[in-house]
Ligand binder design. Structure first.
Ligand SMILES: Nc1ncnc2c1ncn2[C@@H]1O[C@H](COP(=O)(O)OP(=O)(O)O)[C@@H](O)[C@H]1O
Ligand SMILES: O=P(O)(O)OC[C@H]1O[C@](O)(COP(=O)(O)O)[C@@H](O)[C@@H]1O
Ligand SMILES: [Mg+2]
Length: 531
């Protein structure tokens, strides 16, 4: 089957025999655009920095790589700074039966596919032969011994960044689990990191009674914010807090790691544990982050509305903009789930609006052949077409231009110019999606993550976060999950499945002139640097 066809091919039947596919299809290049080349450079820089120490001609390189991996994914523990910290038997006990514990040596396998070649879809290889190297990370869960006496614990929870379905579910389970361990002093920090420094925002006392039903609504019981005090100010104001649960995305986790480091520097015995919250799903190594499933489900509803509007109008075109600053996961998954999208545009895959290979030309084709069309665009896509204001939000995130409005305007202009009627409707459901309560699968994920965050803190780990990896739960050191933003691999099976579903061509005449062998692909080059 041939996916990702350029427009001339797109008019051919979909069941093309393989030879009809252009050669470059079988060797798809990594797309580049001004926006995502920055990202790729960052990825490459990180990989190269790690790779410099590895010499593939060294017969022991595999062993050394494995050792380096183990070191990187080793999670910090209270005993690193306090070797004399006393371990006591766990106070975590269930009413009905005694809990089963996790052994400190239990591990979860991070990569489960043994790629035979760098050309395999989605392959991530360390050397050109794709040598199989086991990469193990720490299994999450309750330990038999704990490093905090529940009566000495003051636990705080803070939620930062933008909203995400499931925040209340995680808060709820952290509080409930802390109480099961016997903790009485539990507080919420109001409005993100800001709550640490704003004297007008007192701590919120939390208990099972307070949190019992909070998961029934979206948002965060504690409130969220961007920006706020410095790490020094945060640690200065932590007073008696010796367990800090931080719910947030990459920015929040960078803050949490800095808080952990500052506590170690000041010789404060504090466990700082993150729970990744990002609706964009851009945290590394995890199957997904909580709220993502719910977001996709809600996004589908917006797409369905756009479809109905477009389908019911004469030459209707529905445009839906979904979240995703630098990663197109929601747009890709929602497009796949809905099956109603004709064009899906994400930041990772460059596109042209105009010209023979452009989005507008294909929209005209869709209007001619189908009578209507639906476009789903991720907010970070096509930013190079918009004015760069260099504006930043309070957290330092780039303020993006509205690509949805741009598509709507350009589409109207184009159809007017070619003298074809078109009725263009634009839907931006961003804040509606973020504010809903978690669906059942996210509710379960939040429950498990919340519990494991508490187990991690009691086990004495700090500067860690918790995530689902290949359907198991693991603790990871924070720097490893925020080294760069996770993004959609345009060479992955999932993106190709999305293209199969939409039937869209490549909107970039860049591709045909780029038919190089796999040896020039980004991943291969990265691996070459290693050798
Ligand atoms: N590199 C950083 N170091 C310390 N704190 C940070 C850093 N980046 C962001 N933060 C703080 O983390 C919080 C959330 O960051 P933000 O980028 O808005 O959301 P998210 O955590 O979802 O990425 C903000 O209060 C911000 O000030
Ligand atoms: O308007 P706000 O609050 O700045 O949020 C907008 C942003 O929030 C997001 O939904 C995700 O933000 P977070 O990384 O904080 O979860 C982005 O996709 C979007 O750009
Ligand atoms: Mg972020």
């Amino acid at each position: 089957m041939c996916l990702s066809l350029r427009p001339p091919c797109a008019y051919l039947p979909r069941t093309l025999p393989r030879p009809v596919c252009p050669a470059w299809f079988f060797d798809p290049p990594k797309p580049r655009s001004p926006a995502n080349s920055v990202r790729f450079h960052r990825v490459a820089a990180v990989a190269a920095a790690r790779a410099t120490a590895i010499d593939l001609s060294d017969p022991e390189w595999k062993l050394k790589y494995q050792r380096d991996f183990e070191e990187r994914f080793n999670i910090p523990h209270i005993t690193d700074a306090f070797p004399d910290a006393e371990a006591i038997p766990s106070t975590f006990c269930l009413k009905m039966r005694s809990p089963t514990y996790i052994n400190n040596k239990d591990r979860v396998l991070l990569k489960v596919i043994n790629y035979s070649s760098p050309a395999s879809a989605g392959a991530v290889c360390i050397d050109p032969d794709c040598t199989w190297i086991e990469q193990w990370v720490q299994r999450a869960g309750p330990r038999e011994n704990i490093y905090f006496r529940p009566e000495d614990v003051k636990a705080a929870i803070v939620t930062c960044g933008g909203l995400c379905p499931g925040l209340n579910d995680v808060i709820r389970l952290i509080v409930i689990t802390l109480e099961i361990y016997g903790v009485k002093n539990i507080v919420g920090i109001p409005f993100g990191y800001r709550g640490f420094s704003d004297k007008n925002l007192p701590e919120i006392p939390l208990s099972r009674k307070v949190v019992q039903n909070i998961h029934l609504s979206g948002g965060s019981l504690l409130g969220v914010s961007r920006g706020g005090p410095t790490v020094t100010e945060i640690v200065d104001s932590m007073e008696r807090i010796n367990m800090l649960f931080v719910l947030g995305g990459n920015g929040t986790h960078a803050g949490a790691n800095a808080i952990h480091n500052e506590c170690v520097k000041r010789r404060m015995k504090v466990a700082v544990v993150g729970v990744p919250k990002t609706i964009d799903n851009d945290i590394l190594h995890m199957d997904k982050t909580f709220g993502f499933d719910t977001a996709v489900e809600e996004a589908q509803r917006a797409i369905n509305s756009a479809y109905i509007e477009a389908h019911s109008a004469y030459h209707g075109i529905g445009v839906v903009k979904l979240m995703g600053r630098s990663s197109g996961f929601i747009a890709m998954q929602a497009s796949l789930a809905s099956g109603q999208v004709d064009i899906c545009l994400i930041p990772e895959v460059p596109f042209n609006f105009h010209g023979p290979d452009g989005v507008l030309k294909h929209l005209n084709y869709l209007i001619e052949t189908k009578g209507s069309a639906v476009v789903c665009v991720a907010e970070g896509a096509g930013q190079s077409f918009l004015e760069n204001t260099n504006a930043k939000d309070a957290s330092g995130n780039k303020v993006l231009g509205d690509i949805g409005v741009h598509i709507q305007q350009e589409t109207k202009k184009y159809f007017k110019e070619i003298g074809v009627a078109a009725d263009v409707k634009y839907i931006d459901p961003t804040y509606m999606i973020r504010a809903v309560r978690a669906n059942a699968s996210d509710g379960i994920l939040c429950t498990v993550l919340g519990q494991n965050a508490v187990h991690g803190a009691f086990a004495g780990y700090s500067g860690i976060t918790v995530g689902i990896i290949n359907n198991h739960y693991a603790y990871l050191p924070i720097p490893e999950v925020i080294a760069y933003d996770k993004s959609v691999d345009p060479n992955s099976r999932m993106w190709h499945r999305c293209l199969t579903s939409t039937g869209q061509p490549d909107f970039c005449n860049f591709y045909p002139h780029f038919s190089q062998s796999i040896k020039s692909s980004t991943k291969y080059k990265k691996n070459q640097k290693i050798s």
